[in-house]
Design a protein around this ligand. Structure first.
Ligand SMILES: [Zn+2]
Ligand SMILES: [Zn+2]
Length: 136
């Protein structure tokens, strides 16, 4: 299986190869900032399955947090494409940056639901966690 994607302007491109990556929906406040207000749909991609094919991502990590995630984004259009989390070997890829988001089978779980807004609707029957899942 091969999935391709990139940022809004096309300066940053990537390819995912291997098994279809699983992932979920994140309702944390940081993802609400990055997504525009809704949950962030993401896939967890093994390091050797992910390749940047065009451009160089800029990185940002909040200096005021003890163990911040690293957000990787396009230096031209600002679209965040991936996140690297300390302790998580897999790259977190934003589903909205896939060329064909419809090819992804959908979220398998929801996380950080304690931070969701009252008007966010959780998909029915989706396993949901108030923070990170207990076993990763
Ligand atoms: Zn761009
Ligand atoms: Zn989040």
């Amino acid at each position: 299986m091969t999935l391709e994607g990139g940022c809004y302007c096309g300066a940053l491109r990537y390819r995912i190869e291997g098994p279809m990556p699983r992932g979920g929906l994140c309702y944390c406040r940081a993802c609400q900032h990055a997504s525009g207000g809704g949950p962030n749909a993401f896939a967890l991609v093994a390091p050797d399955s992910f390749t940047w094919t065009k451009g160089t991502a800029s990185q940002f990590a909040r200096p005021d947090l003890p163990a911040p995630v690293i957000r990787e984004f396009c230096p031209d259009c600002g679209t965040q494409v991936t996140t690297l989390r300390p302790g998580q070997t897999k790259r977190i890829v934003k589903i909205g940056t896939l060329d064909r988001a419809q090819d992804w089978p959908g979220p398998g779980f929801a996380i950080f639901t304690a931070e969701k807004a009252p008007w966010h609707a959780l998909p029915p029957d989706l396993p949901a966690f108030e923070g990170l899942p207990p076993s990763r």
